[in-house]
Design a protein around this ligand. Sequence first.
Ligand SMILES: [Zn+2]
Length: 270
Amino acid sequence: MMHGFIPPQRYFPYLTWPDIAAMSDKENTVIIQPVAAIEQHGPHLPLAVDSAIGLGVLGKTLETLNPEIPAYSLPNLYYGKSNEHYHFPGTITLSAQTLISILLEVADSLYRAGFRKLILMNSHGGQPEIMNIVARDIHQKYGDFLVFPFFTWKVSNIVAELFDEREQEVGIHAGAIETSLMLTLLPEQVRMDKAVCEFPPDSPPDSMLSMEGKLPFAWVTKELSQSGVLGDATIADKAKGDRILAALVQGWQQVITEVYHFQQPQVSTT
Ligand SMILES: [Zn+2]
């Protein structure tokens, strides 16, 4: 079915135009745009990992969300900005400019239809910056359009409870964390017999510069990993995946509920 992980009654493309024209509380209805990537995830995971994670988390969230809260998922944007994985075959990347244009034009169409709350639910670590730029630009253009540039993983601290510091800090791609969650969401597409452990070369201990820290250097994946994996995929565990999913779903239920009630702060002009 076209809706995949998303419950059909929460799937925006299944609505008709009269359904939308007749919606009662359109200003507070929460529209969610999942944004992901088609990019290499090592020898053991499919290209669609970020889409599977975003849609898996969102689908479970919408299944159990309070039915009184109007919230709809747009169709997933499978393509993202993935040029850090450029050198691995199968990666398909949009330019930053194209991704920005797509999201701005989606927002224009939603605004024209009367919607005023949009969550960008991004699941790919290479593009939170794009979400921030787009959200600011939409809100500056339409002052009454409230836009939320969220990263799927940021609603919970569960990863810190389940994995050691090294995995949390540099196990950022196709390592134990993503692989565990994939064992929960799409186990038939995980090839555990091909899973590897590969960490990027350590930075000198007294250096201020790091891959993902406060003062980062630009990198592409092939400089840091032969396999395309950053992390230890061999220790991935479905029981941990189940706990990650439950925690993310709980966080997303809360955040969608908050967005539904959210009103933009305004300085008083009296
Ligand atoms: Zn990923």
